[in-house]
Design a protein around this ligand. Structure first.
Ligand SMILES: [Mg+2]
Length: 267
């Protein structure tokens, strides 16, 4: 893919941290880029694997950074998980190893959350649980051991989440503890699986050829685009170093120094 081929993209699926901002600092091109996409008849969505926060939290964050946002601009791994559950386990009673925010989001989607009565669970959902307790690890381990047929899914496979001081364990690390204890691995919903990208294309009415995923991680953002048959665009404004890029088995369709280069093409 050449940079000028980006002119045929109608749906932009943006990763947020490392792509549009870094922590609490908005990149100087972001506001103009988002405005230009809509002015030129394009659409965009923010895609995030983080299932610990609600969409309302993300709207507040974007507004704090000076970007007007609506709930419809976001697609989170929690929403994708609800979509998957509707398709495969409609109405199932859930044991949720996730935040109160994730639990209420799934409840609002019509799924009873039965953490107080684990034995009645019909499906286990793992999220990025910043409110993790040992009781949850115990309940999940016991359910997976006693009932090997129980569907077991995870919102996202990320091992770590960046913070101000470095990294903290994310959903994938907790799933790793459970695998060590029980031998079970979950069905993954978020990036790099193609499901969120497919969902976004369906919601926005775009084809694969019209869609690009733009992010700073090859193994989640870019790969989800490639796995869905859309364009996978890597930006070097976040986590990926030239050394990581050189060593990666996955080749992005396009590598940009930052998403500012997209703005150049759309000008
Ligand atoms: Mg990122």
């Amino acid at each position: 893919m050449e940079k000028n081929d980006l002119r045929s993209i109608r749906l932009w699926l943006f990763d947020m941290d490392g792509t549009l901002y870094l922590g609490e600092r908005l990149f100087d091109f972001t506001k103009e880029l988002l405005g230009r996409i809509r002015e030129t008849g394009g659409q965009y969505l923010y895609l995030t694997n983080n299932s610990s926060k609600s969409v309302a939290d993300y709207v507040r964050k974007m507004e704090r950074l000076g970007i007007a946002a609506a709930e419809a601009d976001f697609l989170t791994s929690a929403q994708a998980t609800a979509w998957y559950l509707h398709a495969h386990h409609a109405g199932a009673r859930l044991y949720v190893c996730g935040t109160a925010s994730l639990q209420s989001e799934l409840r609002a989607q019509g799924f009873p959350v039965v953490n107080d009565d684990p034995d009645s669970a019909e499906c286990i959902v793992m999220g990025y649980d910043t409110e993790l307790t040992y009781q949850k690890l115990l309940d999940v381990s016991r359910l997976l051991t006693e009932r090997p047929e129980l569907p077991y899914i995870a919102t996202n496979p990320d091992l770590v989440c960046p913070t101000e001081f470095g990294f903290v364990p994310d959903c994938g690390s907790v799933c790793g503890m459970i695998k060590t204890a029980t031998g079970r691995t979950p069905r993954i919903i978020g990036k790099p699986e193609p499901l969120m990208v497919q969902m976004a294309m369906e919601r926005m009415g775009a084809t694969r050829a019209q869609t690009a995923v733009v992010g700073d991680r090859i193994y989640t953002d870019v790969k989800s685009g490639l796995n869905a048959g859309a364009a996978g665009v890597l930006v070097m404004s976040g986590e990926t170093t030239p050394e990581i890029l050189a060593a990666s088995p996955d080749r992005p369709d396009l590598v940009l120094s930052s998403a500012a280069e997209i703005l150049d093409v759309l000008r």
